[in-house]
Unconditional design. Structure first.
Length: 131
């Protein structure tokens, strides 16, 4: 018999199945699988990041922010998560919050050109006198 067989834990299996569904054009069922994954493992960081991403891409910014903030709570001070939160606040036109998260992301990863770009965009819209 050919092929690789992996024994995934149920939460991991649901996450990967959800990814496959989303990538083949079935995001609603993918979200259902990711929700099952979270029920099995409420600390599954990748699921919260994936849920944030799919909601952001579909313009559900409040819901995306909710998932990204949960990811930040599980793994604080990850520059990629802080950048996603900053981008989401920017989409919500909450520029002061966006600026604050973008600064934190930039402090953690000064080479990230996306963070630098967001900082340049948002600093002109913020009420923050420190920039």
């Amino acid at each position: 018999e050919f092929g690789v067989h992996k024994q995934y834990k149920l939460d991991t299996a649901a996450y990967h199945y959800g990814l496959a569904l989303v990538n083949t054009g079935d995001p609603d069922d993918g979200i259902v699988q990711w929700t099952k994954s979270i029920k099995l493992n409420p600390n599954y960081l990748d699921v919260f990041k994936a849920l944030g991403k799919i909601h952001y891409e579909n313009w559900y910014f409040d819901k995306a922010l909710e998932y990204y903030e949960k990811a930040d709570g599980l793994s604080p001070n990850q520059s990629d998560i802080l950048l996603k939160i900053a981008e989401t606040y920017y989409a919500l036109k909450k520029y002061d919050e966006s600026y604050a998260y973008a600064v934190r992301a930039h402090q953690l990863d000064r080479k990230n050109v996306y963070t630098k770009s967001l900082l340049n965009m948002v600093k002109h819209k913020t009420n923050n006198p420190r920039h």
